[in-house]
Design a protein around this ligand. Sequence first.
Ligand SMILES: NC(=O)c1ccc[n+]([C@@H]2O[C@H](COP(=O)([O-])OP(=O)(O)OC[C@H]3O[C@@H](n4cnc5c(N)ncnc54)[C@H](OP(=O)(O)O)[C@@H]3O)[C@@H](O)[C@H]2O)c1
Length: 245
Amino acid sequence: MTARTPAHTTIGILGAGRVGTAVARQALAAGYPVLLSASGPAEDIQLIVDVVAPGARAVTAEEAAASADLVVAAIPLHKFRTLPREALAGKIVIDAMNHWGPVDGPLTEYDEDPRSTSEIVQEFLDRSRLVKTLNHIGYHELEEDGRPAGSPARRALAHASDNAEASERVAEFLDALGYDPVSAGPLRAGQAFAPGTPIFAGSFTAPELASALEDARVATEVATEVAALPTAGDTTADRSYTLTA
Ligand SMILES: NC(=O)c1ccc[n+]([C@@H]2O[C@H](COP(=O)([O-])OP(=O)(O)OC[C@H]3O[C@@H](n4cnc5c(N)ncnc54)[C@H](OP(=O)(O)O)[C@@H]3O)[C@@H](O)[C@H]2O)c1
């Protein structure tokens, strides 16, 4: 069995933009081999990789996905259906993507869907194990805020997944990048740290983040219960009683 040290865990990054290159540098600094890709041939990003993430290997998205132990998806959300779905089968995939209006524009598909964007991406990557994280830290902060484990007031990052093993592997990765990992629970809980939420806008230690996630969970529960209450003039409940009595 291969040891689970950074040196034995290849990180494949899909997206060689702001987030992808920042994650690449931070992962390289932590000792991980890194494969970096954009949407085209490896040669197209060779120079960028050499300059901004020296030590990473420029590859195609298919190769980054197929050869990695852990994959980071850092592309604009509206392009998620261009992710190499087949090559990602069986892989743990970090979803760092946000619905970001200025880049993605209005995405009616997501706005009208009660699910989190990660649940929608998970449906597309149906043979991968998705973990939502790295989406609520600015690309420029990723290297600035990282601290060794045990540092006072170390910044925490939330992660959400429907798969326990994937959560554990990604928590190890976040720790190696310099952050305290805090589980938010299942993938749908990723809504608690999506754009527009207090968690997305802030910076938290692990106890603060755990408390903010709990507040978000309770608020969602209350909202769900309120939405289920019959509204004035709604006779559904009475009808149901009549039918089953
Ligand atoms: N900016 C932030 O601080 C921040 C923080 C957290 C999360 N995010 C989220 O992270 C994602 C990336 O943001 P960004 O600011 O890094 O974007 P960006 O700078 O525009 O970079 C996007 C990258 O994705 C690549 N790409 C597009 N389709 C691809 C595919 N199918 N396979 C591989 N690479 C592909 C692009 O390559 P080509 O040029 O070849 O198309 C480009 O290198 C977004 O969803 C964003 O919402 C951003």
